[in-house]
Design a protein around this ligand. Structure first.
Ligand SMILES: C[S@@+](CC[C@H](N)C(=O)[O-])C[C@H]1O[C@@H](n2cnc3c(N)ncnc32)[C@H](O)[C@@H]1O
Length: 319
C-alpha cells in the first residue's frame, strides 16, 4: 500500500543515527524550542485532573514521557524509530526511572491494539501526526478514541509556517549561540551566511497554503526509491481542521494555541534577555503561554499548532 511507503520514509528518517542527539539538544540550542516545551508542559499540566495513565504517541527521546513518569504517572511511550526508543530508555535510566515507562515500538497509524478510552491522557507532541500523511485524519480520530479523559496534540502549523516561505532568516532570532559547534546550529548559521543567494519560491508557498505540504509527496517517494533519506512528507494543519475532529468527537473545553506567536515578534537579543534573566524567564514564559493561547493568534504561532480537549464537561474525581 502506498501510504505505508510514506511511513517507511518517516521511519528511515527518524532512525538516522544523529536524530536522537539532535532531539536531545534542541532546547539547549534554540529559544523557540524552549518556548514550545514550556507551553506544552503548561498545557499538559492543565489536563492532568483524574489522570493516572498516559500514552505519549511519538514520544521521541522522552522529553515529556520521562517528565510525566517522574511525577508518578503510568506512561506508555510509543515510537516508530528504534534509535529514538533506545535513547529514551537510556534517558529514563539516567533519570532514575528505568522500568517506570512501558516502551513500545509502534506506529501511530496502527493503534488497533488499544481499546476505546485505554489511556486517561493521550499526548502526541511536536508533530508525529503530521508525519502520518495521508492517514493524518484517521490518526487523529484514533488518538481521540483511545483517550479516556483528555488529549493534547501538537502538529505542524500551516499558517505559522507560511511566513517562513518569505524569510530565509526565520530561525535567526531563535539561535542561542551561533558559535556553538553543534551541526544543527551550524546548518542555520550557514543558511544565514547564504541568505543573499536566497530567492522566493511563490509556487512552493502557494502549494503550502493550499495543500498543507512543502513539496510534492511523489518527489519525496522518488528520492527514497533512489536510496536517499528525504525529510518525511509533512502535513501542516490549519487550526479548524483539528478543531472539527475534536468537535465531531464531542470533546469539551477545546483549546487551540500557536506557541511562538509572541516570541516571533521580538528580536533575538531581547528574547535572550527575557529567557536568560532569572527574574524574567518564568513570568515571560507564562505570558507567552497566555498570549499564544488566544484563539485569534493560534494560526500565527511559529512551527507548531497545539490543540487540546477533554472528554468530560467536568472530570469526576474518580473516573
Ligand atoms: C520531532 S520528534 C518529537 C518527539 C517528542 N514527542 C518530543 O516532543 O520531544 C517526532 C517523533 O515522532 C516519531 N514518529 C514519526 N512518525 C511516527 C509514526 N508514524 N508512528 C510513531 N512515531 C512516529 C519520530 O520517530 C520522532 O521520535
Amino acid at each position: 500500500m502506498i501510504s505505508s511507503h510514506y511511513e517507511q520514509i518517516a521511519e528511515k528518517f527518524w532512525s538516522l543515527p544523529q536524530k536522537p542527539g539532535e532531539e536531545d539538544n534542541r532546547d539547549r540550542l534554540f529559544m523557540d524550542d524552549q518556548i514550545l516545551h514550556a507551553h506544552l508542559e503548561r498545557e499538559i499540566e492543565s489536563r492532568l485532573k483524574g489522570v493516572k495513565t498516559i500514552l505519549d504517541a511519538g514520544g521521541g527521546t522522552g522529553r515529556f514521557s520521562i517528565w510525566l513518569a517522574k511525577m508518578g504517572y503510568q506512561v506508555t511511550h510509543l515510537d516508530l524509530s528504534l534509535p529514538m526508543l533506545e535513547r529514551a530508555k537510556s534517558n529514563a535510566k539516567a533519570a532514575g526511572i528505568e522500568g517506570r515507562i512501558a516502551f513500545v515500538h509502534g506506529k501511530l497509524t496502527d493503534l488497533s491494539a488499544y481499546g476505546d478510552n485505554s489511556f486517561d491522557l493521550v499526548i502526541s507532541l511536536d508533530a508525529p501526526v503530521s508525519y502520518t500523511w495521508p492517514k493524518h485524519h484517521e490518526v487523529i480520530q484514533e488518538l481521540i478514541r483511545i483517550a479516556g479523559i483528555a488529549i493534547v496534540l501538537c502538529v505542524s502549523n500551516r499558517l505559522g509556517g507560511f511566513p517562513g516561505c518569505f524569510n530565509p532568516l526565520r530561525k535567526v532570532p531563535f539561535l542561542l549561540d551561533e558559535n556553538d559547534p553543534d551541526s544543527a546550529m551550524q546548518w542555520y548559521v550557514w543558511e544565514k551566511a547564504n541568505a543573499e543567494n536566497w530567492e522566493p519560491n511563490f509556487a512552493a508557498a502557494d502549494h503550502l497554503l493550499t495543500k498543507g505540504m512543502y513539496d510534492d509527496p511523489e518527489r519525496t517517494l522518488e528520492e527514497m526509491k533512489n536510496g536517499g533519506t528525504p525529510w518525511p512528507v509533512t502535513y501542516l494543519f490549519r487550526p479548524e481542521e483539528i478543531q472539527e475532529h475534536f468537535q465531531a468527537a464531542n470533546l469539551q473545553d477545546i483549546r487551540l494555541a500557536g506557541p511562538g506567536a509572541l516570541a516571533r515578534t521580538l528580536p533575538g537579543d531581547i528574547l535572550r534577555k527575557l529567557l536568560y534573566t532569572e527574574a524574567y524567564r518564568e513570568p515571560f514564559l507564562e505570558r507567552c503561554y497566555r498570549f499564544d493561547s488566544e484563539p485569534s493568534v493560534c494560526g500565527m504561532g511559529y512551527t507548531s499548532l497545539v490543540v487540546s480537549g477533554g472528554k468530560w464537561k467536568e472530570v469526576p474525581d474518580t473516573p
